[in-house]
Design a protein around this ligand. Structure first.
Ligand code: GCO
Ligand code: MG
Length: 414
């Protein structure tokens, strides 16, 4: 089963997506997500110039060997651009293999371990009353686990809080990457950050949410890399009474040793890894049990093959999955995650923000969200197809994630 063609489709139905479509000589197609928010064209160029020429004519059934060829064969290792490209090839080949087997992908990964994957949605508000309304709306949408992000008194704009002007489905499809104002240069928006103000406010936020919604509801929070280890330890301790499902990205993720310090001080469960792109980023975290949940995405970690190995290693240490699933993971990347969620033993939770109607015009999905659980569907393969005509109607638009500066102007993690 030879690879006859491979093309990269960049489309922007509300936000930018990079998709690889591989077609075999028999006309079977497979899709892979290669979206890297704010750096999309770098992945497109890497695929077009350095990956597609290597795989054309290759055997589409040799998934592991192709992965090793693209990873080891490049000599240079890891990195988000490279690994997103490798992920797209790997995912597309799994899609093809599962279609040829006439099975949904999860069957090839070992079959279903559960009825569906518990999903969490993103509630947010500029202040506490707005946040409580947002939690209520998410419960009405069927979510049974909710991430809580809040505005901070004195700060204008904070990561994770939907735009005040957002209406309808845009309230759920929070996308921080900003496109250029008409005619302007697409420079990142600049936000202002004050960690002490944040640390003072967050316990009151969780106090209010627990008082309103009771002790049962799983609540999550994303620190988005903005604390020092000791600040993260303080927050973890302060939030212990509110029984968080997890505190995510408490410190900048690349400093694995920082998690040791946080762990010494708090029993709040910790999740990290959405910016990682390899199992090697996790070895200390897993072997020393410094985290509770692995946050990587299939899209950014080298695909289904690499994600399965990572989760299997985490399972040895009793650490569970919590795969990254904001709307910058395309429906193709989301479907790949859902097949793994259903199959692996050590599933924890799946992030799920819901893609916009425009995105779903381009990507025809078959996964379902029912009673708070996601199911990848029993369609052979991944269960997602891309409508090329629709994709053409939404051309790429440059957009960047914001940057953070402290009140004195120092650049800070966003
Ligand atoms: C999350 C993430 C995202 C990232 C986004 C950047 O937990 O969902 O932190 O919201 O900020 O993926 O592109
Ligand atoms: Mg996050």
């Amino acid at each position: 089963m030879r690879i006859a063609s491979a093309e990269v489709i960049v489309t922007s139905p509300g936000r930018n997506f990079v998709t690889l479509r591989i077609t075999t000589e028999d006309g079977v197609t497979g899709l892979g997500d290669a979206t890297l928010n704010g750096r999309e064209l770098a992945v497109q160029a890497y695929l077009d110039a350095h990956v597609i020429p290597l795989i054309l004519g290759g055997d589409a059934s040799r998934i592991e060997d192709t992965w090793q060829y693209l990873y080891r064969g490049a000599y240079w290792r890891r990195g988000p651009v490279t690994m997103a490209a490798v992920a797209a090839v790997d995912t597309a080949l799994w899609d093809i293999k599962a279609k040829c087997a006439d099975m949904p992908l999860y069957q090839l990964l070992g079959g279903a371990s559960r009825r569906g994957a518990l999903a969490y949605g993103h509630a947010s508000g500029r202040d506490i009353p707005e946040l409580l309304d947002s939690v209520r709306e998410h419960l009405e949408l069927g979510y049974r686990a909710i991430r809580v992000q809040s505005g901070i008194p004195g700060l204008d704009s904070v990561y994770g809080v939907a735009d005040s002007g957002a209406r309808g489905e845009e309230r759920y499809d929070y996308e921080p990457a900003r496109r250029a104002a008409v005619g302007g240069r697409p420079l990142p928006a600049v936000e202002t950050w004050d960690t002490r103000a944040y640390l003072r406010h967050m316990p009151a936020v969780f106090e209010a949410v627990r008082a309103e919604f009771g002790p049962e509801l799983p609540l999550l929070h994303d620190g988005h890399h903005r604390m020092t280890p000791i600040q993260a330890a303080q927050l973890g301790k302060a939030l212990e009474p509110y029984d968080l499902f997890w505190l995510e990205d408490a410190t900048p993720a690349e400093d694995q040793a920082a998690l040791r310090l946080i762990r010494q001080h708090t029993t709040t469960p910790l999740a990290i890894g959405e910016v990682f792109n390899s199992v090697h980023d996790y070895t200390t975290l897993l072997s020393e049990r410094l985290i509770d949940y692995v946050r990587s995405a299939v899209t950014h970690t080298g695909g289904v093959t690499a994600m399965k190995k990572l989760l299997d290693l985490a399972d040895v240490y009793g650490i569970r999955s919590g795969m990254h699933g904001p709307t910058d993971i395309s429906p193709v990347g989301m479907a790949a995650a859902l097949h793994l969620d259903l199959a692996v033993h050590n599933f924890g939770i799946q992030e799920y923000m819901r893609h916009s109607e425009r995105t779903l015009e381009v990507f025809r999905t078959s996964f379902r969200f029912e009673d708070g659980l996601l199911h990848p569907s029993d369609t052979p393969g991944l269960g997602v197809e891309l409508d090329t005509e629709a994709a053409r109607r939404f051309p790429y638009e440059p957009a960047y994630l914001p940057v953070n500066r402290l009140t004195d102007g120092t650049l800070h993690d966003w």
